[in-house]
Design a protein around this ligand. Structure first.
Ligand code: F3S
Length: 754
């Protein structure tokens, strides 16, 4: 990892000059978030202040992390860029494809067999292009990143929504789509709307049953699932400094549940201790050297209302443990009110399963505190009434907590250790009986609890709490049990109480591991072959999209006029289609199958203008493609909202759609379309949407003079021969017009022009 330390030295060397420039540009004291963002501008030191929530800014992240489900398309695209090596340190983590069923060893073996072709591809492509590869079983992306790669003051992007976990070590870490990861690995800047800033001041100190998880459960209750949208949440205050680095990671991780761009804590003694404890005292030393730049300015924290867009204050000394749910992570219940809520709402009080661990909560501290309760259960002759599972976040944590006896303790209480992987957290859980769809309750220390997420059963009421509360409730087998006030009856019929959990932030004997599961890439990957079976139905090498033919587009057919909401899920559905994420041709069979056809209010049923018959959208589009006929997709407001999933832009491009014409776009999807060489257009007058008819033939004129801020013209020829003509707008800048002309942004990179 020498590459890393050199990179960090370079980042830190830039800090003094960059922060001085930012101070001058902004003209007032700086938050930590601003310091990091302004130090990572791709154009060098700041020359002007950016407007929060408005300005689009190009950044230069320091590293990229990818999980195995999203890495496939990101890396297939990267292969198109024609580079020998990735431009920034990057890693791949095999964590999402392992299904939890009986326990770690067997589940891992099964996943290795079932996903062999995907793992072989990811291992070989990583080896070739200088990407660190974490094998199946090595751990969950965010825990592995926190243990190995996160560093104070850094900036990273990751192809997973809980990438913000690294904010626990003072990094601006943001979840993105594969196309963004591909760009940054290819050396391009990364664009982000300059975020708004929410400050959370933590006072006091936690004790007893309260843990870091309760901070974010409380914040989620205050801000709700949308409250953090477009914002970075910055935590500060004496309470913040009292939390362990991994506790901070938990809080940042779950910031995704309030929609925040990311969350962050400043560098402090706990960060230094964690860096040293995980074998990185060299980084701690470097950070100490620029410590004043790795937290917000004193004046900012003294008068936060003047510097943040919103401020929340939480007193940790008064914070109660929380349980959030069911079905949404922002339904927050202080433990003292939870039992009444269970009864009032008629939620199943019997607790079927308690699940601890995941990327959110599997630190040494979490596991040791939960194990202290498991030990009490054994000592006090309590038999756990619920099933109980433990998902370690990394092999390093697993090995260490096994060495220190905690896994053995869980075993005595009937706990099952699952593979170091996402498992039940992402629905990779072969939960026996879930297919019966019975109403039941589970509680996890994970982050998300939407209906069906863990086991596919819409009637599973999933609650979220700290590992300590999950363990206590699993021992009781009852959601209405409050371990702070209630007692339990043990095997001998005696009434016993659980004492407060106790644990250690880090192991006294240090972390240990035999095989962390890391595979370093080849020094020179030029001779490495990337392994893709041509017969695979899950992986397919990409071919470059063709360049623009240099003329206006005439004689296009309307494929679908979508009505109402059309999110990336409507355009490229998830669920069973996840399997084909690395196979563009196969996944294209889900193109727009969720979009509502404005002419018949049905989904996946459009008129094929060649045959006059109605058929599925992908099949109809494939017919047009065979006939060499381009098409247009027409849409409503905010088309493509939802996620940054690049498949939603690649599929129409691949199947021969030539333009997406809508009332308005969700910005990320619009950019993704541009990157793939697609025309992304908006009606100048939204009322023109109504002029589009089912049998229309469409011409797009003005492309030979395609220029920024210059509208194009659309001519509709209706079935009866009449015509409508109107202007359509676009937001292409000079560079993006070149993407269009070349066929895609990647084509330009490949040609060495970008
Ligand atoms: Fe995996 Fe769940 Fe985290 S899916 S990355 S363990 S949020």
């Amino acid at each position: 990892m020498a590459f890393d330390i050199e990179m960090i030295k370079e980042v830190y060397a830039r800090y003094p000059e960059r922060i001085a420039a930012a101070r001058k540009a902004v003209g007032k004291p700086l938050t930590l978030t601003e310091k990091i963002l302004y130090s990572h501008l791709s154009d060098g030191p700041a020359t002007a202040a950016y407007e929060r929530g408005k300005s689009y800014v190009d950044f230069q992240p320091d590293r990229v992390a990818m999980q195995d489900a999203t890495a496939q398309m990101a890396l297939l695209q990267f292969m198109q860029a024609g580079k020998d090596q990735v431009a920034v340190p990057s890693t791949v983590h095999c964590d999402h494809l392992i299904q939890a069923e009986v326990g770690a060893a067997k589940d891992l073996q099964k996943a290795n067999d079932k996903n062999k072709e995907v793992y072989d591809f990811l291992a070989s492509v990583s080896n070739k292009y200088g990407i660190g590869f974490w094998k199946p079983g090595a751990g969950i992306i965010h825990q592995v990143v926190l243990e190995n790669y996160a560093f104070p003051g850094g900036m990273m992007i990751g192809t997973d929504s809980h990438t913000p976990n690294a904010g626990g070590l003072g990094m601006v870490a943001i979840g993105v789509g594969g196309a963004d990861a591909c760009d940054v690995m290819a050396g391009l800047p990364w664009e982000l709307k300059f975020p708004k800033l929410i400050g959370v001041k933590l006072t006091g100190k936690m004790s007893g049953w309260t843990s870091a998880k309760d901070v974010i459960l409380k914040v989620a209750g205050i801000l709700t699932v949308k409250g953090g949208t477009g914002a970075i949440v910055e935590y500060f205050g004496e309470g913040a400094r009292s939390l362990s680095a991994t506790g901070k990671g938990t809080i940042c991780n779950m910031g995704a549940e309030i929609g925040a761009t990311t969350s962050i804590f400043g560098y402090d003694e706990k960060s230094a201790a964690y860096l040293s404890g995980t074998g990185r005292s060299d980084i701690a030393e470097l950070a100490n050297g620029i410590a004043e730049h790795l937290t917000g300015d004193d004046e900012v924290y003294a008068n936060p209302e003047q510097y943040f867009d919103q401020v929340i204050e939480i007193n940790l000394s008064e914070l109660e443990p929380h349980v959030n749910g069911p079905f949404t992570p922002d339904l927050a219940w202080p433990l003292s009110k939870f039992a009444a809520a269970v009864k009032e709402n008629n939620w199943p009080a019997k607790l079927e399963v308690g699940l601890i661990g995941s990327c959110t909560n599997s630190s040494y501290e979490d596991i040791s505190r939960a194990a202290s309760l498991a030990q009490q259960a054994v000592d006090k002759k309590l038999v756990a009434k619920s099933e109980f599972t433990i998902t370690p976040g990394s092999e390093q944590v697993r090995y260490t907590v096994e060495r220190d006896g905690f896994l053995g303790t869980f075993g005595k209480m009937g706990g099952v250790v699952l593979a170091n992987a996402c498992g039940p957290c992402i629905g990779q859980w072969a939960r026996h009986g879930a297919e019966k769809q019975e109403k039941n309750s589970i509680i996890t220390s994970f982050n998300r609890n939407f209906a069906k997420r863990a086991d596919g059963n819409p009637n599973t009421h999933a609650f979220v709490a700290s590992p300590e509360v999950v363990t206590a409730l699993a021992i009781a087998g009852d959601l209405t049990f409050n371990p702070m006030t209630d007692s339990l009856i043990n095997e001998e019929g005696k009434e016993v109480r659980l004492d407060e959990p106790r644990g250690l932030e880090m192991p006294t004997k240090g972390f240990a591991v035999e095989d962390a599961g890391y595979q370093a890439p080849a020094e020179d990957g030029s001779q490495v072959d990337v392994i893709v079976d041509p017969k695979s139905d899950r992986l397919q090498l990409l071919e470059s999209f063709p360049a623009w033919e240099g003329t206006d587009l005439k004689g296009l057919k309307l494929l679908i006029k979508a009505k109402g909401k059309c999110t990336t899920d409507h355009i490229s559905m998830a669920g069973p289609w996840l399997r084909f994420r690395g196979h563009l041709d196969n996944i294209s069979n889900n193109m727009l199958i969720g979009a509502v056809n404005a002419y018949n209010d049905e989904t996946n049923k459009v008129k094929n203008q060649i045959t006059g018959e109605y058929g599925e959208v992908p099949a109809t589009q494939r017919h047009y493609k065979e006939e060499g006929i381009g098409t247009v997709v027409v849409g409503d407001e905010n088309y493509g909202e939802g996620s940054s999933r690049e498949h939603a832009a690649m599929e129409p491009r691949f199947l021969g759609v030539r333009a997406i014409l809508v009332k308005s776009f969700a910005r990320i999807h619009e950019t993704n379309l541009k990157k793939q060489g697609m025309l992304a257009l908006t009606f100048d007058d939204p009322a023109d949407y109504d002029k589009v008819q089912e049998d229309d033939t469409i011409d797009i004129l003005g492309l030979t003079e395609f220029a920024p801020n210059k509208p194009l013209t659309v001519v509709l020829t209706h079935a009866d021969g009449t015509k409508d003509e109107f202007l359509v707008n676009h937001t292409y800048n000079e560079g993006q017009i070149e993407w269009f002309k070349a066929g895609s942004a990647l084509n330009l990179i490949k040609a060495g022009i970008l």
